[in-house]
Design a protein around this ligand. Sequence first.
Ligand code: NAD
Length: 361
Amino acid sequence: MRSFVHQAQAQRIVFGVGAIASIGAELDRMNVGSAVVLSTRGQAQLAGRLAGLLGDRAVAQLPVAVPHTPVEVTERTLAVVRGHQADAVVSVGGGSTTGLGKAVASRLGIKHLVVPTTYAGSEVTPVLGETSGGEKTTRSSPDILPDTVLYDVQLTTTLPWSVTVTSAVNAVAHAVEALYATDASEQTDELAVEAIGSLVSGLRALRSDRDSIDARDQLLFGAWLAGRCLGAVGMGLHHKLCHTLGGAFDLPHAATHTVVLPFAMAYNEPAAPAAMSRIAAAMDTDHAPSAVQSLVRDLGGPTALRDLGFADADIGRAADLAVAHAYPNPRAVTRAGVAELLHRALDGDPVRPTSGTVNGG
Ligand code: NAD
């Protein structure tokens, strides 16, 4: 018999090549008279282009977003937004910029329009991770979910190759963990399988033609679907471990996801055989964890944690932190198991099919 919880999310999505041309009309629809435009420093020029489309409605442009949403940056941004009495923030960029926009809009109760330029998926989740005093905390609330998202495929064509690969694999990870989430439903399963198919075929197509706009379209569409998975169900070992490695060891977000994913999948494989079969089918392969690892290798993406700055001496503390709080995962998460996983990921050992099944915990 069926049994699930579905929380409908009120959010407007506009998707397509050239979608940013409708930004003025979208702000009209949201009754926004003035907005502050946020970005990273590297994307200040693009943010300036968007501010130009807004005309007088863009009251300030702040290229101050950085990874992990430090509270000090949020506070400085809040002061500017309050000073202008702006009734919206417009976030243009990846998960770092969207995080800042969420932190500001949710604190002030103002509107938030996001123009995503990576595949992180944060724009469609009600989740916000923030850092203060070196510690990262995450909270979830309906008022964190942005009001409107403009997905413009054209804006992703400037993504450097390395970010394209790692950001797309970050999105694949959301869909992978959704398939074995304890609160998964038939609907999230379908979303996840479609996300994996779209992301993997987008990456394969881009490998043979790096200028393919169709491949970029598949990636951005897959990122939207995967982001919805992330927003809908609880994530497991892979996301918790990457959160630990990013928060406590300052490893880069998307690259860490890219290295860890095949190892986390191999760890969970014996306890989630049905999910692994669905992932393998979506990738048109026999063994999902090794297919993910080969894909990353073929694309020139990172495969070893050592290359990201993680060292043998960090394994013990990382394993302690990863098991400090219990969370749902198909296979019991043990300190020894996590330490072994990290040992393998340190040098990017090849992942291999595991025989037999084990019970979850
Ligand atoms: P990012 O936003 O830090 O972007 C990576 C780099 O790429 C930045 O330097 C940015 O300026 C640049 N960039 C982005 N788009 C570009 C483009 N189209 N062309 C050229 N350069 C571009 O990285 P990210 O992986 O998108 O986001 C990571 C952050 O998002 C982390 O802090 C992570 O925790 C958070 N995140 C949150 C959620 C959530 O639901 N709350 C989900 C995913 C990620």
